[in-house]
Design a protein around this ligand. Sequence first.
Ligand code: PLP
Length: 788
Amino acid sequence: MDHKEFRVKAKELVDYIADYLENIRDHRVYPGVQPGYLHKRLPNEAPQLPEKWDDIFKDVEDHIMPGIVHWQSPHMHAYFPALTSYPSIMGEMLSSAMNVLCFTWASSPAGTELETIAMNWLGKLLGLPDCFLNEKNDSPGGGVIQTTASEATLVSLLAARTRALIELSSLNPDMQSSELLGHLICYCSDQAHSSVEKAGLIGLVRMRYIESDENQCMRGAKLEEAILNDKDKGLVPFWVCATLGTTGSVAFDNLREIGEVCEKHSAWLHVDAAYAGSAFICPEYRHWLNGVELADSFAFNPSKWLMVNFDCTAMWVKESTALHRTFNVNPIYLRHENSGKAIDYMHWQIPLSRRFRALKLWFVLRNYGVVGLQKHIREGVRLAQKFEALVLADQRFEIPQPRNLGMVAFRLKGDNTLTERLLKRLNARGYIHAVPACFKGVYVIRFTVTSQRTTNQDILDDWSEIKKVASEILVDTFGSENGNIVMPKKPRISLKETRELNATFGTSLLLANSPMSPKIVNGTHVAICDYEQVLSSCAQTFAQLKMEPKDSPEMRRRIRGIRMCGKKFSLDSYMDMVQGLMVEQSLPQCSEEEREEASNGSSPGDRSSITSSPVTSSTTIKQDNSDLSQLHVPSTPSRQFRSKSFDVSLSDLKLDDATISIDMRNNEITITPTGSKKFDDQVHFNAVEGKLNIGDKISQAFDSFQGGILGDRNDVGDKVDKMDDDSKITIKGPGSYIKKLIQQFSEGPFETEDVKTESEKAVTTQSIKDRADAICKKCFHYKGRISK
Ligand code: PLP
């Protein structure tokens, strides 16, 4: 590949990378391949002749991608994050191009000095004490970028071992280092990462595991007890590793207590904060760093949560000379004329050569800024809290250890095998990927929020996947998706109790979704706003109403609906009603518009043609009631009110005088008066415009008929037409409206409670209801008389 081809292909690769990360959700996070899959696909030997880039890259898509675990995916919840970011990728690209080896200052001055500067920045960002920084040439402490946290732990243990052996040799000049080594012992918690154990193995020293407390936390007292016991046995405690953010449950050892014990017994204290260290850039999490000034070394991985590509472990030491003493080999070919005047990082680590890793760290720190990085950490924690809440809301699951930062360790209640099976099945499905942990015999699934691209929806999707698979497993095992968990019934709280418990209950709203099912929504507004807020929001609404009253045919229709139907409505609906009334009062032009419409023949309100005689207010239709009809308008939407005295009725009209036929199929009600009685007076519709209820429509139809006022009416969406002859009125409307009308009608807007005995009322109402129900159900042509 030459420069020319590189320019083209590398740009294509950048596009490929951006596409990959942008569309990361398209990939199943965990691949479905089996061990050895790639052996079967690729040749056994390297090609003899050069191959074309396009052919090589095609194999990436065909053979490599199918075997990739997509660590950048929002559905990756295994281990801890291993994030990348665009500035970091660019740092890697540039450092790969230069490929400088920064083992001495002379081998790469910029590489060395940028590392010192970036590590000082980062140390300050975490709030580490100055003793860990290297701001002056003669500072004893300083930071260095190691490859991994494991390596940082080993470096620390080896440095501490050197320090201990030097001291022991001076006290026991006759003894060999190998002999002294047998007396050394170091400590960590039983929750420490396996890399600590590995460091002990490599360092050829004994390791004692301190039992953690109920919060998975190593405490000073237990450590001291172990140290004193070991000292009694002639052993020499020389190194302690405290963990801030354990791998299993992100638990935090008590740094201050442990630091004090280490100080007392002259043991080197190393702090392994591999994952949690990133969170310390947010001051609210630094309480876990309390006592860090007592530590000798501290390490965390910006390559985990801080979006700096692997590899990048930030390690600080108080005494860099301890590292020098351990790793200093000074062959002539590595010496340079500035030796001693600048840091030579080869003395701070195990290998000689080292990459220019500071570049990507520096790019990330600058490109995100402290604020951007803090936002990223906080968002990760927030999403973990969201997941935690979802788990806790499901009775089948539990979280045995409290969540810290961005990781939730959860399990199915009951036997470990349930959770094991759940995890196995989840990973096999591949939509999410997680790994387990075990706390004192309790098996859990670790769910870490990793990606900076994770959204609320991702968390909800993952939780749905987990719940679905859990249900499958519980059904397989117990025959029920609740397993053997007995779901506690929701306690029923009586209205009385609610009232007693809540002093502000009176301000709650009584809502009814249907007339038969009133629901108490306790504290609808009290729950969301205090009294003052309610008042001020009401005041605001009223102020607005005055300035810009809303008026539209829809709004008018809605308000009429509210007032007609007799249910209790929400505060909002009542506000609409108030608004409607205000419009009516303050905007007479609305009715003028309607009048105009009416004169065009499209409105029900052709009021000019309706005389203004009162109509009697009796709510009963009686065979021989000769009072004149008078219309009363409901002032509230109360059902009780309406049926008692506010419903429209025409006292002179006897229902027995009419045949009412209902055609549900064609959405029509036909009213055919059969009697001979005529009205002497006519309804004054101006007085009732917009205030008629459903029953009124029928009355209106009769009235119009009786008064000889016929024509199109379009008030609440229906039409009142004159039919073929003067003896019929048809009300047309949408099916739902007709159905409502029948119900309304059958529920007896023409009934009155004061003229019937309770038993009469019940019988009548029931029989009418039954009939109307039958009509509604069967939707067939109904012809019949509404009897008393
Ligand atoms: N320490 C802790 C607490 C960890 O959680 C891990 C890995 O997750 C390590 C050490 C090892 O990190 P590394 O892979 O950088 O060696």
